[in-house]
Design a protein around this ligand. Sequence first.
Ligand SMILES: *Cc1c(COP(=O)(O)O)cnc(C)c1O
Length: 542
Amino acid sequence: MQKQDKDQPLAVRLARSLASSGATSLNDPKFASYLDSCDQLAQFRDNFSFPKRRTVWPQEYRALKEKTGEADDEDAVAPLGLMPKRTPELLSEELNVWAASGVLGHTDHAYSRPWIKIDETVTPILAEMVGASLSILALLRSAKPSEVACMGSLTGNLHTLFTSFYRPTPQRHKIMYEGKAFPSDAYAFASHVALHEYPPSSLLPVFAREGEFSIRTEDILRLIEEEGDSVAVICFGAVQYYNGEWFDMEKITKAGHAKGCIVAFDCAHAAGNVPLKLHDWGVDFACWCSYKYLNSGPGGIAGLFVHERWEERKRLTGWWGHDKETRFSMPATFSPLPGAAGWQFSNPSVLDVVSLLASLQIFDQAANYLPRVASGGQIESRGHILGALREKSVDLTGYFELLLTSSPYFVSPDQYPPAASSPASKHASTFTIITPAEPSRRGCQLSLLFSPGDSMDWIFDSLREKGVLGDERRPGVIRFGPTPLYNSWTDVNEAARALDESLKEYGVWKRGLEGQGVERLQLDEEEAGVRSRTGEDVGFKR
Ligand SMILES: *Cc1c(COP(=O)(O)O)cnc(C)c1O
């Protein structure tokens, strides 16, 4: 895509690319591979290990394919959290140091990563990722302590920060959060309310309006206005795990502060997905895990952000948050490190930190690419760590959305579930997209809600048979997250086509089940519909 195109809507830009691609439609796999060939970030895919189709197959299917000798080793289309190929290498370097130097690895390290300050290998990159400072260079140059620490686990860090920041009084004791919060967060909020002997009515979840799938910013702001005086902490998931809604973090923070509330975010689905400016937005604290968009591996080390204005805040303490100069002289009184580092308790797991480092190094390289570089990937200077990646993310997700919304099985969210009179209701299963349509209100995740809800499991398995891996979220949702660091345009194209095939097969299976035989006429129509999506006559009508 050309530089001068940049202000054009995605559909217009894709139409222009289509003309030069020689492909016949947006659904044409040839078009997707043309887009891959123009993608300046395409090479980063090679840095990751992809699960093979045969490993993501449902068990019964795998057994069958292996018996018939059809099993192959093609890559699956896979979502979040893949392993960087460099991870085993970094881990074995640490094991080598351990084997060769034992405890001395804390200070003498063959790869210049002394364990005693292992967190410093990742915190500058994390700080840039979440907007705790302007850039790595600025951070290195300034002596300013970091607002970011790499430590613990997500729910653990949420507890740590709530212990510091949730200090309820009879006037101000509520915790406000999104109604469908990830259960771990909801349990954590409830436990803090209970620990302080407040009743469950101190929990203030905010829900979407009846018949809507995302929470309107205006509704959140109105509730803050109405209830803010009694709210101690506002803590939304920055990007909602279920519907993929990216909340307006800046507006929520400003509105909360105007009412004297502490404003925090759980950035589990935001860190590494959307560009954050936690410092500039004035967010008080935040935490995240690193095994989703940051690819650190299962149970990987988490992170937290504490705004510099809270330097003096009371907290839970441990030796690793103590001043580095005197930490090992074991003084009796605690003297905190400046910045978020002063919230650490324990020395972090070195293996976990380098596992995260392997992935952050790839993000760091991606920052050498600028958004909209017409010259095809030439390095001009360093961009924001999520600059070019976010640009690709918006387009890749937008392309996926165009393909999905042109499916015969798609029902628009305001018509979900489809009425018996609607043309879609002839299908055994249909889907809608419950993620906001505006790119500024989402990351790369699209959540598909199926109707009826119980068709989702069948379709999820059928997608696995086709080598397409999403995330199932009961009831009724499959999440897809085409991540710009390693997913290709071809992945997105394959996922959309596989979904149509699965929905078609579901209809056939369902009719067979009902023992009515297959209604030939109707099926032919459906087949024609699917064919036309891959054939010549389909543009991209919306
Ligand atoms: C993934 C996720 C968690 C998981 O918590 P852990 O402590 O890492 O097990 C919690 N909250 C949210 C919002 C998540 O997305």
